[in-house]
Write a protein that binds this ligand. Structure first.
Ligand SMILES: Nc1ncnc2c1ncn2[C@@H]1O[C@H](COP(=O)(O)OP(=O)(O)OP(=O)(O)O)[C@@H](O)[C@H]1O
Ligand code: SF4
Ligand SMILES: [Mg+2]
Length: 335
């Protein structure tokens, strides 16, 4: 089946903030490097990685919402009947797609919702941006969307302001705004990170039920592999702007190849984790963009590194059909 979304060789660079003394143009810092992946219709791809690995930049590039100083190259093909490269679309056509064929939900609904507007009106605005309907029709659609995301008494709740709702309900409102125009592609950037564990589970359940009901294709972003394991069919692991491993959920969780993926998996606490011993973590932190090592970006933290690892960025290698990893010494690594 052809992909609904195909990202090819996406690279996003930002000019460094430091000014060159000699007046030369600022150095470009690579936030996302040569990233390729695809999403089949109805599929959920989990994009996982630590803070600063380029997850949000990738999602904003797909939605064409990056600030103007970002330099973006590659192709982002959306094929829903017709195929087009989103990076080449005129602004007007992109605005028509954003919020209708493709929608996004963010980590913190309070920053995305307008605090002085009733939530029903905000959903109505999302409808009116793409559909012509009467005031009553659009209000009804808002109420239906609130009901679809599991908000009880949606007629009454539609009149509430965001501050009158709990964090979980606000995230449900964001999801209602995202699905009200029946998008095919939903990008969820850390949609549960700001919520406590019980509410997080409810939102994940809601997204799963909406996916089944509307056949949503989803790019689900999280720094948390445990969350990804609950929603994704396939998983892309990113590190410092690079795709380091891509595979099915079973491959990533049962046969991880890249040392970084293995480290992330070891850092997930389970019920069987021995509480008397400290949880395994990956020592160190993701390098800042201005100080990326010349070779494998994970090299400074990698316990499996060999002398060659620091020389050049390793290529992505196919380990088995559909399972890729960016590490030439993976055979030496036990999962
Ligand atoms: N507008 C910008 N200008 C300059 N650098 C930016 C900009 N936006 C993001 N970056 C840089 O790009 C890199 C990737 O950022 P991004 O927000 O995509 O990370 P992330 O994986 O989403 O992290 P988190 O888990 O913290 O949300 C970071 O180093 C960040 O500082
Ligand atoms: S290339 Fe080397 S440093 Fe990078 S993950 Fe593989 S073993 Fe570790
Ligand atoms: Mg982010």
């Amino acid at each position: 089946m052809p992909a609904l979304l195909e990202v090819r060789n996406l690279t996003v660079e930002f000019p460094a903030r430091t000014v060159n003394a000699n007046g030369a143009a600022p150095r470009l810092l690579v936030a996302v490097r040569d990233l390729s992946f695809s999403l089949a219709p109805g599929e959920v791809l989990g994009l996982v990685g630590e803070s600063g690995s380029g997850k949000s930049v990738t999602s904003l590039a797909i939605m064409r919402l990056l600030p103007s100083q970002a330099q973006v190259s590659g192709e982002i093909l959306l094929s829903d009947g017709m195929s087009r490269d989103l990076l080449q679309l005129p602004d007007e056509q992109m605005r028509a797609l954003r919020g209708s064929r493709m929608a996004m939900i963010f980590q913190e609904p309070m920053t995305a919702l307008n605090p002085v507007m009733r939530v029903g009106e905000q959903i109505a605005e999302a409808v009116l941006a793409h559909q012509k309907c009467s005031k009553q029709e659009v209000w009804n659609l808002s109420v239906i969307a609130l009901r679809e995301v599991g908000i009880s008494e949606p007629e009454r709740r539609a009149r509430d302001y965001p501050h009158q709702l709990s964090g979980g309900m606000r995230q449900r409102v964001m999801i209602a705004m995202a699905i009200v125009n029946r998008p095919q592609l939903l990008i969820a950037d850390e949609p549960t990170t700001a919520l406590d564990v019980t509410i997080q589970a409810q939102i994940l359940e809601l997204l799963a039920s909406l996916r089944a009901r509307f056949g949503l294709t989803m790019l689900f972003i999280s720094h948390d592999l445990a969350v990804i394991s609950q929603v994704a069919d396939r998983v892309a692991v990113t590190y410092a702007g690079n795709l380091v491993e891509l595979g099915s959920k079973a491959e990533i969780f049962q046969l991880p190849a890249h040392p970084y993926t293995c480290g992330l998996l070891h850092a997930i606490p389970t019920l069987r984790t021995d509480r008397s011993r400290p949880l395994q973590t990956i020592e160190g932190a993701v390098p800042p963009l201005h100080a990326l090592p010349p070779g494998c970006p994970f090299e400074p933290r990698c316990e499996s590194r060999i002398a060659d690892c620091g020389a050049a960025l390793p290529p992505l290698v196919q380990i088995s059909p559909g399972h890729w990893a960016r590490c030439p010494v993976i055979n030496a690594v036990s999962p």
